[in-house]
Design a protein around this ligand. Sequence first.
Ligand SMILES: NC(=O)C1=CN([C@@H]2O[C@H](COP(=O)(O)OP(=O)(O)OC[C@H]3O[C@@H](n4cnc5c(N)ncnc54)[C@H](OP(=O)(O)O)[C@@H]3O)[C@@H](O)[C@H]2O)C=CC1
Ligand SMILES: O=CC(=O)O
Length: 321
Amino acid sequence: MDEPYVFITRRMPEDIKARLEASCRVSMWEYEDIPVSKGRLEEEIKHADALFCNVSDNIDNEMLNKAEHLKVIATMAVGYNNIDIQTAADKGIQVAHTPDVLTETTADLTFALLMASARRIAEGIDVIRNNEWGAWAPFFLTGRDIHHARIGIIGMGRIGEAVARRASGFNMDIVYHNRSPKPDVEESLGASYAGMDELLTTSDFVCVQTPYTKETHHLIDGNALQKMKKNAVLINTSRGAVVDETALYEALQAGEIRAAGLDVFEKEPIGADHPLLTLPNVTALPHIGSASEDTRQKMAEMTADHILEGLRGDTVSNKVV
Ligand SMILES: NC(=O)C1=CN([C@@H]2O[C@H](COP(=O)(O)OP(=O)(O)OC[C@H]3O[C@@H](n4cnc5c(N)ncnc54)[C@H](OP(=O)(O)O)[C@@H]3O)[C@@H](O)[C@H]2O)C=CC1
Ligand SMILES: O=CC(=O)O
């Protein structure tokens, strides 16, 4: 019997490719920093038995309908909003993702962004690099305190909980909002459940950690931003479109909220001409939530293993559908 054919949509380290090559025929997009072209992906998905993809690949209904032999899609991410999971399920294609392995790393980055936004770290770095440091001044680059402030976590899931654990080390008052309350987390972390309105109107830091779904599209819109405290900071490390960027720009410019820390954007990648980057109170990062060497290596290994499981006919261990 022919070996199954796997297509990898981004250049991966040799050990990851070799893990698959032990039992599969593998082909890989040549570049690490350029997404696979739509044309190549359409061509490959037609023949592939398995697809190793990532957050920047749009695996929609049209793309999936080209697949003739596909048995498994393994994405090197926990979020899978870029994959039409209903069509995959209808076609009997298993979809696997990488939960847990990236939770602590993403929470570290979320907290780093929170601290950088509150304490104006990016502005401070710019001052030094631009040779603008005149002298110590009493109120120069003063930020807002993190310790003992209230953090409101929207989406108290794996990453939300890991952020809450970090917040408790800073003696923060933790409130959260989910569709379903989590009494165990309330007990272990001393967090309190809040409705959206209460969370927005009382939090000093609002952290968004939900997946991107129809329900969470523009969850943070102009209305939500208006409810936030004037001194509040918004942190988004979930997906860009959970926040209405136009409304956010207007709220930041009008001083309706204090600052924003963003790792994700509605259309990625953004360029230096993005309106939000004209605002000094925006700290922006290029979607690097899970980007530590160890975590990305583990995510890649896990993704390859999901493919091997699916091709053996087993149920993949982190099955979305
Ligand atoms: N910036 C980056 O690089 C990274 C970004 N991410 C993003 O983070 C997301 C979360 O990951 P993870 O913590 O593992 O996921 P989980 O599924 O563990 O947590 C998601 C949480 O969101 C809540 N939620 C879902 N829908 C809603 C809603 N409509 N309103 C309020 N709460 C909601 C869920 O609770 P309930 O169902 O009770 O509502 C759940 O507690 C990923 O989907 C991904 O988009 C992840 C990793 C890295
Ligand atoms: O954005 C990253 C993910 O793992 O989801």
